[in-house]
Design a protein around this ligand. Structure first.
Ligand code: FCB
Length: 464
């Protein structure tokens, strides 16, 4: 059921491309596992997500990503669509499983060739390639040796990054080492919602440490192989609020912020892991070797901010060790995923990053929403809520820039509907609708709005 709650002050009427810097990066994002399919083509190895999808009950609709959007074969058309919406950048991820053979030492030429063609296709279309080097699809062979809990995976990752950046460094300048380490570490090893499906905080913190370390070890490798490299990392960051004014809830919010946000931000900023969190997880803390924290804090060229929703936090004695829990706020506007819609909260988040940390420029590397899309009688998808979602968030980005916050680009999640991890195909985030039976693509009204917004008169659209 679709509800169209778009208040007047939420429309994009007063939003104009010229209010953003002329060199602002306008992109959309995808990730390899979620869109590529072609799971057995070109010597692609099995990933932890291929394996995870085979477990019963873990993917809501019982699906997998063997075919997904078949982007592996259909990327020319998909890049045409991105370009037609006036975007000038495409953030995509490279599947480690296509790049390294099972020995995790030898590059796979077929995989390199595939991405070479796609990257050339971006450049031909005026789309700046933004590569995410790791968007959760670890080779299963590495998982069998302990995955991210095993320090040797850091070395394997650096070998993979070296192989990729050597080949593409001439054409790709923007590199994101990891997408949302919180998710790969915590959903993967603490709550078990993601591959590899473990449920142990100690494993999660160890995996997390190795993921961050692999980031830091990869940064100089990217710089060595890529002239004028721009290297960053994309974090999922959440504005947090106490569920009530009680001191207990306020302290719980601090603790939750410690593990959810500061654990990553402080480490990357060279402050080490936050002391309060370190004390709380005395039994679960990771093994950290001499020099690791310095390596994690390798200087960045940009910080990628993935923004989706804020959280309200309450004190909860049972939830050890942080004694904090997320509370559902019934009065909040939500997407079909039950995520709170809170564009205004993006501003204090960006202010915090700018004021409390010495980070370089920021890019919104993901922002988007899932709603129940319906193909109307006129053959179009009038996703007014998603369109308003983008407009409202962009207004806040505009405001942030006006306040002097250094945000240099915005990537909509996602170019097209795709395999939404544990939710399967039921959560549609695309600017482009995908019919997963026929693989037909259809630009939604939100995508048409981007086209009009970015191209104006050149868009050839008379209405929106
Ligand atoms: C982010 C992920 C991305 C997608 C969106 C909806 O956490 O980075 O792959 O699943 O959420």
């Amino acid at each position: 059921m679709t509800t169209h709650h778009v208040k007047d002050d939420q429309s994009g009427a007063d939003l104009s491309r010229i209010n953003f810097p002329s060199n602002f990066v306008w992109g959309c994002a995808t990730s390899s596992f979620q869109v590529e399919g072609a799971a057995h083509v070109g010597g692609r190895e099995e990933s932890i997500w291929d394996r995870f999808c085979k477990k019963s009950g873990v993917i809501r609709d019982g699906s997998d990503a063997q075919v997904a959007c078949d982007h592996f074969h259909r990327w020319p058309q998909d890049l045409d669509l991105a370009r037609s919406m006036g975007l000038n950048a495409y953030r995509f991820s490279i599947a480690w499983t296509r790049i390294m053979l099972a020995d995790n030492a030898t590059p796979n030429q077929a995989g390199l060739d595939f991405y070479a063609r796609m990257i050339d296709g971006m450049l031909e279309r005026g789309l700046q390639p933004w590569v995410t080097l790791y968007h959760w699809d670890l080779p299963q062979s590495l998982q069998e040796a302990g995955g991210w809990e095993n320090r040797a995976t850091v070395d394997a990752y650096v070998r993979y990054v070296d192989a990729v950046t050597r080949v593409f460094g001439d054409r790709v300048k923007h590199w994101i080492t990891h997408n949302e380490p919180w998710c790969s570490a915590m959903h993967g090893h603490w709550d078990g919602q993601h591959a590899p499906g473990k449920t142990d905080l100690k494993s999660a913190l160890q995996a997390c440490h190795h993921i961050l370390l692999s980031h830091g070890m990869a940064v100089p490798v990217v710089r060595r192989n890529v002239a004028q490299a721009q290297v960053g990392i994309a974090l999922s960051l959440h504005p947090l609020y106490p569920a009530s004014a009680s001191e207990d809830d306020q302290r719980a919010t601090q603790r939750h912020d410690g593990i959810r946000n500061r654990w990553f931000l402080d480490a990357l900023a060279g402050r080490g892991y936050p002391e309060d969190v370190w004390q709380l997880c005395a039994n679960e803390r990771p093994v950290v070797q001499e020099g690791d924290m310095q390596n994690i804090a390798a200087p960045l060229d940009f910080l990628g901010v993935n923004y989706y929703f804020p959280e309200a936090i309450a004190h909860c004695v049972e939830r050890l060790p942080f004694q904090a829990q997320v509370v559902h706020r019934a009065d909040r506007e939500r997407t079909a995923f039950n995520w709170e819609v809170a564009p205004r909260d993006l501003l204090p988040l960006l202010q915090r990053l700018q004021n409390d940390y010495p980070f370089p420029p920021m890019f919104i590397t993901e922002n988007g929403a899932t709603y129940e899309d319906v193909v109307s009688a006129d053959g179009r998808i009038h996703d007014v809520e998603r369109r308003a979602y983008f407009q409202r968030h962009l207004k806040v980005v505009k405001q942030a820039i006006a306040l002097g916050i250094d945000v240099r680009g915005y990537f909509a999640w996602s170019l097209m509907d795709n395999f939404e991890w544990a939710e399967g195909y039921q959560r549609r985030f695309g600017l482009v609708h995908v019919d997963f039976e026929t693989q037909q693509r259809l630009i939604k009204d939100s995508g048409l709005w981007f086209r009009e917004f970015l191209l104006g008169d050149e868009s050839g659209i008379s209405d929106s």
